[in-house]
Write a protein that binds this ligand. Structure first.
Ligand code: IPM
Ligand code: MG
Length: 384
């Protein structure tokens, strides 16, 4: 580790959203505040309504004031959106439409989802622990195009209805996200796996051709192509073969949930969405989990790792990011778990030295540990 950066000032827009969104956002904000206090930074938090919560207050999942607040922030932290309360609304009025509009309005075309296995949680993965050895990869999902943003229409009614969703990609859209994925791979283990369905889809054939031509600028990175059905299988069979996976919006949505299962829970995975310039958006990849909401049982780690990703990627605060991640590892090693990441099979949800605690108590332990990491460094110096 190098010495910490001198104090910086940043404005962070928070969009707690729905369901467990507010609880996990609170946890992440607490750790960002701890870091700011410990390392001498100033973070100003500005909260805005978004998703179902914003529909209830203003009739719009993405109110103009929320979008303006996001645009003027240095980074955005989002909890989760959606829930049964808004499921009967037409697609274009639902909380999810607000999320797509936010991504589009901010020009967020890159979505990064790091799949990191927390060692103390190996036993909750559905894979045998030895099959996870060396599993550490990132998914780069294109976020602003594909079938998500093509025309959606339904014609006719009831038994005579037909529906259509249009998928499209331009060379420029594929190139810009591919360049980012090659850069990521160049900074890691220099392997990029591009995932498509080029044996069937025109968009995928264009995707493959474009990624191949971008690869000529990155001779140090080994490029391989996989069809999405095979990729879905390979993620389970031999996850350690991957370094960076690059894929389209729709396939990335699906494969990232599958990859999250390797880590043991979708509640553990953070994400960053960014464009060419402007603020990036950080959010756990899990949903709003309405059945867990308000019970103080949700796992806040997806949101907490989103906060550490923000420190690292948007603010260049590597030591601060590591202090949060190391604190989480230590708390897990001591056996603390929220109920959803306990291990009933191993008796962890109850016995075996595990301590099942609520979201807020779990966060308190991590928070105390972040301060301890700092005390340790102050006493022994950076670099130990
Ligand atoms: C995700 C989510 C969103 C998506 C939904 C909520 C619109 O599943 O971020 O993975 O499909 O992109
Ligand atoms: Mg998803």
């Amino acid at each position: 580790m190098t010495a910490p950066t001198a104090g910086i000032r940043k404005t962070i827009a928070t969009l707690p959203g729905d369901g467990i969104g507010p609880e996990v956002t609170r946890a992440a904000v607490q750790l960002l505040r701890d870091c700011a206090a410990s390392f001498g930074h100033q973070f100003e938090f500005r909260e805005f309504p978004f998703g179902g919560a914003a529909i209830d207050r203003t009739g719009d999942p993405l109110p103009a004031a929320t979008l303006a607040g996001c645009k003027s922030a240095d980074a955005i932290l989002l909890g989760a959106i959606g829930g049964p309360k808004w499921d009967s609304l037409p697609l274009e009025q639902r909380p999810e439409a607000g999320l797509l509009a936010l991504r589009k309005s901010l020009g967020l075309y890159i979505n990064l989802r790091p799949i990191r296995i927390c060692d103390p949680l190996r036993s909750i993965s559905p894979l045998k622990p030895e099959r996870l050895t060396g599993c550490d990869f990132e998914i780069v999902r294109e976020l602003a195009g594909d079938i998500y943003f093509g025309e959606h229409d339904t014609r006719g009614h009831n038994g005579n209805a037909t529906a259509r969703d249009v998928a499209s990609y331009s060379v420029a859209e594929v190139e810009r996200v591919a360049r980012y994925a090659f850069e990521r791979a160049a900074g890691r283990n220099r392997k990029l796996t591009s995932v498509d369905k080029a044996n069937v889809l025109a968009t995928s054939a264009l995707w493959r051709k474009t990624v191949t031509s971008v690869s000529r600028h990155y001779p140090q990175v080994k490029l391989e192509h996989l069809y999405v059905d095979n990729a879905a299988m390979q993620i389970l069979l031999r996850p350690q073969q991957f370094d960076v996976i690059l894929t389209s919006n729709m396939f990335g949505d699906i494969l990232s949930d599958e990859a999250a299962a390797l880590a043991g829970s979708i509640g553990l995975i953070p994400s960053m969405s960014r464009g060419k310039a402007g603020p990036a958006l950080y959010e756990p990849i899990h949903g709003s989990a309405p059945s867990l909401a308000g019970k103080d049982v949700a796992c806040p780690l997806g949101a907490i790792f989103s906060a550490s990703l923000m420190l690292r990627e948007s603010f260049g605060l590597e030591i601060e990011a590591q202090s949060i991640e190391a604190a989480v590892d230590r708390i897990l090693e001591r056996g603390y778990r929220t109920p959803d990441i306990g291990d009933p099979a191993k008796g962890i949800a109850g016995g075996n030295g595990a301590r099942i605690v609520g979201c807020s108590e779990f966060t308190e332990h991590i928070s105390a540990e972040v301060s301890d990491v700092l005390v340790h460094h102050e006493r022994y110096g950076w670099g130990v």
